[in-house]
Design a protein around this ligand. Structure first.
Ligand code: ADP
Ligand code: MG
Length: 699
């Protein structure tokens, strides 16, 4: 943006904003004119139809008049008060009541002019508003011949400290009045024309002061052309920044080359213990195509729990290793890294490739040897946690980085992988499916492969939801499964942010079961406070079927694979998030026989918790569950923190505006391919998002 951009003026430049108001606005994060104008009203009220009091009918209405009286009335019920005002206009009088809002006596005064908006009922005193919205207004018209506050559709902004909605409406009008006739517009004209969207200035004006006749319903749903235009602009700038990121990666030729020939195919077949599903084949084709390109791969592999992403990753690794490249496979936990290391070592046994497990453990001879093998290139595949990347000097011809089960490896972190002249191919694998909008947002710079199918012979896990009071039946079922030679997980929720408390809960639960309902069965406990040796021992005992029932906290959530486990009992299932429940349930149903999941809940059950449990009982399709999760929780909660890669959006809402994000994604890739780097939209996008994405560091 040019330095003269009036939208970047501090709010103090707007008439009516002195130091005190500027400070109040700043405390709400509003510093510039743009901040104020790109803050959508909380809602809109149709005050274009101000009813004469004499014409009121039961229903919703807006009136404007003078306050005649205002008083608190005690009632017969102790501590229950009614605040009542009488309002008069040229045609008659009405009353309005609020319950238990004594403070209103300090707010309303006879003689004030007010607009009331809300539901009217009929009483012995005539028309009465029940807890209406109210606003004190100057009913006289302004210079333009109409009031900002009535006789039109008015915006209602969220209160900011001492700044009432009415005052803000005033300030917004003044800020709009200062704008020059023409504002630079990052939304290309062809798109505006094609979509029939207004220019930037008009969109700002009409978002705050909609023209007469605009649908209030559309306004409140943020669906008017003016609002859509501003949201699309925000999404487009964000997507342009992602597309820039992608373009920077694609602009650099990677130093290594990958080739696929008959020998590589033979090696891959030797590694593969089963036939790939169609989904796996397709994903592998896309990945291997990327590996063979001169520019680095930047790909996300999505697939449901159990879809078989690991084997696809391993085959990609074989292809890279066959071209003399080193490969890193990173897992989010040591437990999962250890499991991967076992799988990988077993599968690579008949090949010339060596894998090592690098953990964060103490210095030891074994560790020193591992490091030396990595550095010399004697180790071809390095399995570990993210700590693996801490020493970038370590590797020997690193060509492919695979990041497993990880949402939280954001754009910035991926960019850092490419510093120091390294340009590895990068494959990110998600733990569970992510809704499409969030994929386009958190991973918008990546290409995406999706595995939709599951390996053959999998029966969907049968899921039941039971109140905790029926746990005896559930334990009887546990015994049945164990008697049939199967194994069972009993999962406890994270109670607090404390491993210690959770560990104790797990130990106590195991003790209770061992001496009570599950006496005679072989139990083990797994929790986050165990040393990694003990964790591994517990896991190993379960894997080798030395243990029937594993009582565990959510440490088993990620990736653990024991095909003989046929039942999972989740305690306090109401406390788990939907994605987490789905991820947990994926630990069973890995063998050929029917598996079960019992979700035990304790009352009271919130509406959201109920919706989550119902979704679990209804479907096992992770893609469906992910969309449901987004609908229940919203994107912020679903993805956790900002680090997870979701941008802080000012006006757009990833739930409400899903199609607009998809549109912006496609537009951005097209524009970056077509427009020169110094074109206005690209420049604005870089400025707006550079800090967040480390764009400067890349390329
Ligand atoms: P995820 O996608 O959740 O990481 P995994 O890679 O752990 O899934 O695979 C789950 C299980 O399915 C593993 O035991 C794996 O060996 C098995 N598997 C993967 N692909 C196939 C296939 N095509 N046919 C049969 N079994 C498969
Ligand atoms: Mg996996």
């Amino acid at each position: 943006m040019t330095p003269a951009d009036p939208l970047q003026d501090p709010l103090g430049a707007v008439p009516g904003v002195g130091p005190a108001r500027a400070a109040a606005l700043a405390s709400a994060g509003l510093h510039t004119v743009e901040d104020l104008l790109l803050r959508f009203p909380l809602r809109y009220e149709d005050r274009s139809q101000i009813a004469a009091i004499a014409s009121l009918r039961p229903g919703t209405a807006t009136i404007a008049g003078e306050i005649v009286s205002a008083e608190v009335r005690p009632t017969r019920r102790p501590r229950f008060t009614v605040f009542e005002v009488r309002v008069r206009d040229d045609s008659g009088e009405a009353t309005a009541v609020w319950f238990n809002q004594r403070f209103l006596a300090q707010v309303f005064r006879p003689g004030q002019q007010a607009v009331l908006h809300g539901t009217v009922e009929w009483t012995s005193q005539g028309p009465q508003f029940q807890s209406p919205q109210y606003e004190f207004v100057d009913l006289e018209p302004d210079q333009t011949g109409r009031s900002l506050h009535s006789g039109r559709i008015v915006p209602v902004h969220e209160r900011v400290g001492p700044l009432s909605p009415k005052l803000q409406r005033d300030l917004v009008a003044r800020a709009l009045a200062r704008l020059p006739a023409h504002l630079p517009d990052p939304l290309p004209e062809e798109i505006r024309t094609a979509r029939q969207l207004p220019g930037r200035r008009q969109a700002l004006v009409e978002t705050h002061f909609p023209p007469d006749g605009t649908s209030v319903e559309a306004l409140n749903a943020c669906r008017t052309p003016a609002q859509v235009r501003l949201i699309l602009e925000e999404f487009l700038l964000f997507q342009l920044a992602l597309a820039e990121q992608r373009a920077a990666v694609v602009a650099v030729t990677k130093p290594h080359r990958v080739a696929v020939d008959a020998e590589v195919r033979a090696l891959a077949r030797r590694v593969l213990p089963f036939r790939l599903t169609e989904g796996q084949k397709q994903a592998l084709r896309e990945i291997v195509d990327d590996l063979q390109r001169p520019v680095a791969m930047n790909r996300l592999l999505q697939g449901d729990v159990g879809a078989g992403k690991t084997m696809v990753a391993l085959l990609a690794a074989v292809v890279a290793m066959a071209s003399g490249l080193q490969v890193v496979l990173m897992a989010p936990t040591e437990l999962l890294a250890e499991q991967h290391a076992r799988t990988v070592a077993a599968r690579l046994a008949g090949t010339p490739f060596r894998s090592v497990l690098l953990t964060g453990g103490p210095r030891s001879r074994a560790r020193a040897e591992t490091l030396a093998a990595i550095e010399s290139g004697a180790a071809h595949l390095v399995v570990g946690t993210h700590a693996v990347l801490e020493d970038p000097a370590l590797f020997h011809g690193l060509g492919l980085v695979i990041i497993d089960e990880q949402h939280r490896f954001g754009v910035g972190q991926r960019a850092r992988l490419r510093t120091k002249g390294r340009h590895p191919d990068v494959l990110v694998m998600t733990a569970t499916p992510i809704p499409r909008t969030l994929t386009l947002t958190a991973f918008g710079d990546l290409d995406v492969s999706v595995i939709r199918d599951l390996p053959p012979g999998r029966l969907p896990v049968k899921t039941t939801v039971r109140p905790e009071s029926r746990r005896d039946e559930v334990y009887a079922f546990v015994r049945e499964q164990v008697a049939a030679g199967r194994q069972v997980y009993v999962v406890l929720p994270l109670i607090e942010e404390s491993d210690k408390v959770d560990a104790r809960a797990a130990v106590e639960m195991a003790e209770t079961l061992r001496t009570g309902a599950l006496a005679g069965l072989r139990l083990a406990v797994l929790h986050g406070r165990l040393t990694s040796t003990d964790k591994q021992a517990a896991m190993q005992a379960f894997v080798s079927h030395a243990v029937d029932v594993l009582v565990t906290t959510t440490v088993i959530e990620v990736g653990v694979d024991v095909a003989n486990a046929s039942l999972m009992v989740v305690e306090h299932a109401e406390r788990f998030g939907l994605a987490q429940l789905h991820q947990l349930r994926g630990r069973v149903g890995r063998g050929a026989d029917q598996s079960y999941c019992v979700l035990l809940y304790e009352r009271p059950l919130s509406d959201e918790a109920k919706a989550r449990l119902e979704a679990m009982a209804e479907t096992t399709d992770g893609f469906v569950i992910a969309e449901r999760d987004l609908a229940i929780r919203g994107p912020g909660d679903m993805f956790g923190t900002r680090q997870a890669g979701l941008p802080t959006l000012r006006i757009g809402d990833l739930r409400r505006d899903q199609p607009l994000m998809a549109e912006a994604h496609a537009l951005a890739r097209d524009l970056v391919a077509r427009l020169p780097a110094d074109a206005l939209p690209r420049r604005i996008a870089r400025l707006a998002w550079a800090g967040r994405f480390n764009l400067a560091q890349v390329g």
